[in-house]
Design a protein around this ligand. Structure first.
Ligand SMILES: Nc1ncnc2c1ncn2[C@@H]1O[C@H](COP(=O)(O)OP(=O)(O)OP(=O)(O)O)[C@@H](O)[C@H]1O
Ligand SMILES: [Mg+2]
Length: 263
């Protein structure tokens, strides 16, 4: 379980997060959505152990600030919203950085774990390419492969592992969006936990189990996708009239923006 309770963060002397509380359980994909600047990345950084905070943020029962870095690295992998790399590393070198920061894989497994991670993100054969010479979407998938090298298994020693993904599909074409969201869902179905920041509400509706909505550094709503993805919540959080619909013969919600253009 990842449990956030009364989480508050100040950055550069400014209050950024105010009293945010929610829980994400293993076996479920929890999406965090909300407008630009609403505090999604700040929340993810606090959960990742990259920021100091007031309140509480616990992973598998442990307060995150008090954890040894190696212990945290074995329990969760982090895909940042953006990853600038200024040295001419190859794909192989970047992906293998995940191996050194995790403790879950033995050295003899290194090659196969890295190859499997690249295959999972549809980048087999890219090992020798320079990261800086890849497209934006390819770079994003290399970073995800690095995370998968660090956290290759959803459960280790009976404890769930976590993928913390900040906008994992923001640069991807529709086919690779589906590949990566299926990968995240599969990780959950095998007992791990995923928290993903998402801007695409329809992909969220298709793949997420639970949703956290943020606005102005505060939590606006949390619950099942059906509970959270409502016309009222969309209007209050995004400030434009969106209409949540249902796919015929199913119950998956989808959101059309046409209502925002109606006069
Ligand atoms: N280091 C910092 N110092 C001061 N303010 C910051 C800092 N980092 C972020 N902020 C501010 O905190 C707020 C929340 O930022 P955050 O990156 O969490 O937003 P977000 O919800 O992830 O937005 P986006 O959808 O654009 O990625 C923003 O107003 C941002 O300007
Ligand atoms: Mg962000």
């Amino acid at each position: 379980m990842i449990e956030v309770s009364g989480l508050s963060v100040r950055l550069s002397g400014k209050s950024i997060l105010h009293d945010v509380s929610f829980a994400a359980r293993p076996g479920a994909l929890t999406a965090i959505a909300g407008p630009n600047g609403s505090g999604k990345t700040t929340t993810m950084k606090a959960i990742a152990g990259e920021l100091s905070y007031d309140g509480s943020a616990r992973i598998n029962g442990h307060e995150i600030t008090g954890m040894a870095p190696w212990r945290l690295a074995a329990m969760r992998g982090v895909l940042p919203q953006s990853s600038a790399i200024s040295f001419p590393f190859t794909v192989r070198e970047i992906v293998r950085m995940g191996l050194t920061s995790g403790i879950n894989s033995r050295p003899q497994d290194a090659e196969s774990v890295a190859a499997e991670a690249l295959e999972a993100v549809d980048l087999s054969g890219f090992e020798g390419r320079f990261y800086q010479e890849l497209s934006g979407g390819e770079q994003q998938r290399v970073q995800l492969a690095r995370v998968l090298c660090q956290i290759p298994e959803p459960i280790v020693d009976g404890q769930p592992c976590w993928l913390l993904l900040d906008e994992p599909v923001s640069s991807l074409d529709i086919s690779h969006q589906l590949t990566i969201m299926k990968l995240a869902r599969d990780f959950c179905e095998r007992g791990g936990g995923v928290i993903a920041v998402m801007h695409d509400l329809n992909l969220t509706a298709l793949f997420a189990d639970r949703m956290v909505l943020m606005k102005g550094g505060e939590l606006s709503a949390a619950g099942t996708v059906t509970d959270v993805l409502t016309d009222e919540h969309m209007l209050s959080v995004f400030g434009c009239p969106l209409r949540v619909n249902r796919v015929p013969a199913g119950d998956t919600p989808f959101v059309l923006a046409h209502s925002a253009l109606e006069r």
